[in-house]
Design a protein around this ligand. Structure first.
Ligand code: M6R
Length: 601
């Protein structure tokens, strides 16, 4: 997730671009840049670091440029944060800013290199600048349309050419909003950036391309068929707008999960080979010789690691040890072990210290993280990015479900390299995985039902979450979310463990959330707690004939593979915790005593 902006009007573009970029900083902040039209040429100012620092450089240069420009604030997905990887990217007299992922960029890069184009960055986005330049012969709209026909993936782009009297914008699977003002048109990834300038916005639709002038916008599809522009009057205040109209970042981030999962999968599946493209930093022979995996993580990331224990054993025949990072010092790693660190921030001190200690005795090390260039990436042989964009709420939501998806992709790659999965088995699983974002969307549509249940139990003295198999880690995650933001003492338990002690805590004021989409054994645990007076909120697959007979309330979820249903159950437990905390009037995005990133041991 990055932020892009553009301006064309009768004022100097630079100050407006910086002002709008600062309002998009929540979308990314590792590097920034602007390109402005100046004396018939394009001037680009960009660097790694915060927007405010870049703005000082711009002012020190005498605030160059006229009344037309584009800007970008980056959240790296391809290539670490650096001056060269910062946008805008240029080619000849063309400059572009891009938000999204160009999936076929390696093929395009090879082709353009053969044609003589020299690449300055490691980004996927730079191919767009060269492709547009290749087609540009004075008609920017036609050049951008032809370039986009060659591109697979997601994009929101703004394009500037020194000799073009208008800007071009286009979108597919990444947001882009045009704002119409008096004698000026503003462009941004999201509404908040535009509100100080105009409340009249046009939300571009997928597949649309726009010629942007100071006094009008002309919308078309890529085939050139004109579209009518629907102008919407925004009524939110600026604060709510930054959260996309959601009352809290956590709720916004919960709703971003279909997109986050899609981006985590993007460009990584090869249906033809029934395999996954992932940088493991080792050959298939080395992968086949692995004897086990040791996973190190904290908190929610640790729960993702726990799910991998079941997954890697089944898909790749690999036993897994999962260690809480702060306890790792007491353990030994065996040889022929793959070490895997999971950390959304890439900066958690406990995880970094444990990885440093363990990596010397492991065969290879990997990280799964959301932050390109974070410290963890320097400690390991290879990194798998989850590509969620920044997560602002302290409670991990979209970063967790994307970690689960990254682990599923990794399990398939390991399984294929080790000959544990056939291409056909892998292909079937991967095709189903591509449907997961749509299933998550269907769960999100149940939010009102989940809100009513959460509010009905908001005064509970204690909550239990139970699950078996893939759903045991999700029961732990449900309990962590409930503790973290609703401050309700909560326990996550493997269903079969209840009778070994915790059953003593069950009363009629202890709601039990039973994750019941994986197998039927959990039903006996439901009966055990019902017999002790507890209400049971069961999460079950649609059409389960028996669950209604044993549970007090049933939330039906789309039927899918057990491991994918872990993602669907996660969304429900996130919403349950969210609506409980909301009913209790708690500070959801910044719960007491907690920090988003824990950089002390
Ligand atoms: O950045 P990390 O994934 O390494 O963070 C680990 C934990 O601090 C984190 O998951 C924490 O448990 C979350 N606040 C839970 O919502």
């Amino acid at each position: 997730m990055c932020g892009i902006v553009a301006y064309i009007g009768d004022e100097k573009a630079g100050p407006i671009l910086f002002d709008t970029l600062k309002r998009l900083e929540y979308r990314g902040y590792d590097s920034a840049g602007v390109a402005v039209k100046s004396d018939g040429a394009i001037e680009v100012i960009k660097s790694a670091g915060r927007i405010a620092d870049l703005e000082k450089v711009y002012m020190a240069l005498g605030s160059p440029g006229e009344s037309m420009g584009i800007g970008h604030t980056r959240w790296a997905t391809h290539g670490r944060p650096s001056d060269r990887n910062a946008h805008p990217h240029t080619s000849g007299e063309v400059a572009i800013v891009h938000n999204g992922i160009i999936e076929n960029y390696l093929d395009l890069r090879e082709l353009l290199t053969e044609m003589g184009y020299e690449f300055q960055s490691e980004t996927d986005s730079e191919v767009l600048a060269h492709l547009i330049n290749f087609y540009y012969q004075g008609d920017l709209l036609s050049a951008v349309s032809r370039a986009l026909e060659r591109v697979e993936g997601s994009y929101a782009i703004a394009v500037l050419a020194a000799s073009s009297p208008y800007l071009v914008c286009a979108r597919k699977d990444s947001p882009l909003v045009l704002g119409r003002g008096e004698g000026a048109t503003y462009v941004a990834s999201d509404v908040p950036a535009l509100l100080p300038y105009t409340k009249d916005v046009i939300r571009m639709k997928d597949g649309e391309i726009a010629c942007v002038y100071d006094d009008r916008v002309e919308l078309r599809d890529l085939a050139g068929v004109p579209h009518a522009a629907e102008v919407e009057r925004i009524t939110w205040d600026a604060d709510a707008a930054e959260r996309g109209g959601y009352p809290h970042f956590m709720l916004k981030e919960i709703h971003e999960q279909p997109r986050a999962i899609r981006e985590t999968i993007a460009g990584r599946i090869s249906e033809i080979n029934g395999d996954v493209r992932l940088p493991l930093g080792m050959s298939d022979e080395e992968t086949a010789s692995l004897e086990r995996v040791t996973i190190i993580a904290c908190g929610t990331s640790y729960h993702a690691g726990m799910l991998a224990r079941y997954l890697f054993a089944r898909a790749a025949g690999l036993p897994v040890d999962v260690e809480v990072a702060s306890e790792f010092q007491h353990l030994q790693v065996r040889p022929k072990t793959l070490l895997l660190g999971i950390t959304q921030s890439g900066e958690t001190a406990d995880t970094l210290m444990a990885l440093k200690k363990a990596k010397t005795c492991c065969m290879r090390s990997l990280a799964i993280t959301n932050v390109v260039g974070s410290t963890v990436t320097e400690l390991v042989n290879a990194t798998i990015y989850t590509r969620c964009g920044p997560e602002i709420g302290v409670a991990a939501t979209k970063t967790f479900t994307s970690q689960l998806v990254a682990l599923i992709l990794l399990a398939v790659r390991l399984g294929r390299a080790r000959g544990h999965l056939t291409p056909d088995q892998a292909r079937k699983m991967l095709i189903e995985l591509t449907k997961l974002p749509g299933l998550v969307q269907r769960v999100l549509e149940k939010r009102e039902e989940i809100r009513e249940i959460a509010e009905a139990y908001a005064d509970a003295g204690c909550y239990f979450f139970i699950g078996r198999d893939y759903l045991y880690p999700i029961s732990l995650e449900g309990a962590l979310k409930m503790k973290e933001i609703a401050y309700i003492p909560s326990e996550g338990y493997a269903g079969g463990e209840l009778k070994h002690g915790p059953l003593a805590l069950i009363t009629d004021n202890t709601p039990v959330v039973a994750l019941a989409t994986c197998g039927r054994k959990i039903q006996s645990n439901i009966k055990e707690v019902r017999a002790r007076g507890a209400d049971v909120i069961a999460l079950a697959s649609e059409g389960d004939p028996d669950i209604g007979k044993v549970a007090s309330v049933v939330i039906e979820l789309p039927e899918t593979r057990p491991v994918f249903s872990a993602v669907l159950c996660t969304v429900v437990v996130q919403l349950l915790a969210y609506y409980t905390a909301n009913k209790l009037g708690l500070p959801i995005d910044k719960p007491r005593n907690l920090a988003k990133c824990v950089t002390v041991e």
